[in-house]
Design a binder for this molecule. Structure first.
Ligand code: C2E
Ligand code: MG
Ligand code: MG
Ligand code: MG
Length: 283
């Protein structure tokens, strides 16, 4: 009897596995199709505001994917899927061109643009012709330098720091700004920061959530922001959701806030309407 139940459990489990694998495979096919056609893919923009007066300082471009059968799929799910399926390079490139074209469009409309930063996956960063592609991006869209930023996680750079530095230098010479994303979640040491040619440090959301919880988490935040300030990096606090968290951040040298409190990621048109001023108005 027990044996039989065991076998049934196994069959159930195996069927469940098949179901999961089948779904993953179907999703991969759907994503491949989306990357080819652009269908269902979009870029949302989340404002980054100055801490002191909450005026707009920039935005982060965040990929969105909607599929008729799968619904809204989180980038936390489809970006890793794209990486495993060898789709991240074409997907990343099309998102990058989407953002560059959007910036060009806003300029042509007479809107006062702000820098928009784009997330780069490991495989994208280590493409052999990265600098050529990024130079072409600016030329193709006739974009002035400084309107596109690049976000990389610590782990991207940690693998091969010696090879990463000339690439970062090259990107910055072209006019791109470099931010380290999710800082504090990887394994990099504080001292390693000083060797990196970067512009911005984005403090991971987990630090903001733990603020005030313990003396040690506050001490870590103080050390990280203190050093970043010393190195003259711009400091962004990610994931600020409440006024209480905003208050708790007051003692630390944070420049910009990016979180649901000050603005959620929204479609391009909404972002322009709610956040961008016309050049004439502000002149
Ligand atoms: P990330 O680069 O750290 O982006 C910030 C994430 O935090 C976004 O999630 C954003 O919606 C979310 N967020 C912002 N403020 C708050 C807040 O106050 N509270 C909470 N709980 N969350 C907040 P999203 O859009 O789901 O993206 C997740 C991750 O997917 C991104 O993390 C990034 O690693 C990756 N990703 C998104 N778009 C792209 C892309 O175009 N290319 C690549 N390579 N990765 C991307
Ligand atoms: Mg990011
Ligand atoms: Mg982040
Ligand atoms: Mg992240």
């Amino acid at each position: 009897q027990a044996k039989q139940e065991g076998r049934n459990d196994y069959r159930l489990f195996s069927r469940e596995m098949n179901h999961q694998q089948h779904k993953l495979l179907a999703m991969e096919t759907a994503l491949r199709n989306a990357v080819e056609t652009g269908e269902g893919l979009a870029v949302f923009y989340q404002p980054q505001v100055n801490r002191t007066d909450r005026t707009l300082a920039g935005a982060e471009a965040l990929a969105r994917w909607h599929h008729p059968a799968f619904g809204h799929v989180s980038p936390a799910e489809f970006i890793p899927l794209a990486e495993r399926a060898g789709l991240i390079v074409p997907l990343g490139m099309s998102l990058l061109h989407n953002v560059a074209a959007q910036q060009r469009h806003w300029l042509d409309q007479g809107l006062l643009p702000v820098p928009v930063s784009v997330n780069l996956s490991t495989q994208q960063f280590w493409q052999h012709n990265l600098l050529v592609q990024f130079r072409h991006l600016l030329m193709e869209h006739r974009l002035p330098a400084g309107l596109i930023g690049i976000e990389l996680t610590e782990n991207v750079l940690l693998d091969k720091p010696v090879q990463a530095i000339p690439l970062l230098d090259g990107l910055r010479e072209l006019g791109f700004t470099i931010a380290i994303d999710d800082f504090g979640t990887g394994y990099s040491s504080l001292s390693y920061l000083q060797d990196l040619p970067i512009d911005t440090l984005k403090i991971d959301r987990s630090f903001i959530q733990r603020l005030g919880e313990s003396r040690s988490s506050n001490a870590i935040l103080a050390a990280v922001t203190g050093l970043a300030r010393e190195l003259e990096y711009k400091i962004v606090a990610e994931g600020v959701e409440t006024e209480a968290q905003m208050q708790a951040l007051a003692p630390y040298p944070v420049d910009l806030i990016q979180g649901f409190l000050t603005g959620r990621p929204v479609p391009a048109e909404t972002f322009a309407r709610e956040w961008l001023d016309s050049i004439k108005q502000s002149g």
